[in-house]
Design a protein. Structure first.
Length: 240
């Protein structure tokens, strides 16, 4: 039924391959309608305000926007090691099952979530980490070292508690494990980013339905990613 047609016997052993598979067409129509609804909801942007007090021990953190997904890239130490955590539907994000119906199903009927992690480094002579799978936007922010460590402890614990054998995604360079939290339109990577920003002391106001956070602080930086030929930099049908 993958072609959208079913085989139907018409008599005397003949088969008519041209009968439309109405069920398959209905699924495609439903997927397109739901995708349109999801996109219309995702236009809402949350406003981000800076911490009320200037950090006494500031470090650089990076807010990414991959088109539909977002994340924070956080410093692990003072030697240029950073970590990026991701949260998504396991089949979609870890296994690259990213067709239109997979994307809609991941947001509305996820059968299992995943928590992902990758480590990044700041190259010698540079001041921000180099990404392999680059975001559409990346913004440098400042946060307290103590608050960053608080986020790291929480995320490390969550990743260590995840189940199953780690799965490495060679497209996004992230290693995934099955997570305990349910993934949905209202509990996805963008909500995770918002919670992490709040822990860092930032205010997040308004609906968090997209990665397009509105900020009046921070500095846009070049992620200096090497884009492989044909690699999708992100979007609804990409795995980031």
């Amino acid at each position: 039924m993958h072609s959208g047609y079913v085989r139907r016997h018409v008599g005397h052993g003949q088969v008519d391959d041209r009968t439309p598979d109405r069920g398959y067409d209905d699924v495609n129509v439903l997927a397109k309608l739901v995708a349109g609804l999801v996109l219309s909801l995702a236009v809402g942007c949350a406003n981000v305000t800076p911490p009320a007090q200037r950090a006494a021990d500031p470090v650089d953190v990076y807010l990414t926007d991959y088109g539909v997904h977002s994340s924070l890239i956080l410093p692990v130490d003072d030697d240029g090691l950073y970590v990026e955590y991701a949260f998504g539907d396991f089949g979609y994000a870890a296994l690259n099952r990213d067709g239109p119906f997979d994307a809609v199903g991941a947001l509305l009927f996820s059968c299992g979530s995943g928590i992902g992690r990758q480590y990044l480094r700041v190259p010698p002579g540079e001041d921000s980490p180099t990404l392999i799978y680059f975001p559409k936007k990346m913004r440098r922010l400042s946060a307290s070292r103590q608050r960053v460590d608080q986020v790291l402890v929480e995320m490390n614990h969550r990743y260590d508690r995840a189940e199953g054998k780690p799965v490495y995604n060679d497209l996004t360079k992230i290693t995934w494990r099955r997570d305990h939290q349910h993934y949905s339109l209202f509990n996805n990577c963008n909500q995770l980013t918002a919670r992490q920003l709040r822990t860092l002391g930032y205010g997040v106001h308004g609906p968090v339905l997209s990665p397009a956070f509105k900020l009046s602080v921070g500095e846009l930086v070049d992620p200096r990613a090497v884009k492989a030929p044909g690699k999708n930099p992100g979007g609804l049908w990409g795995s980031r």
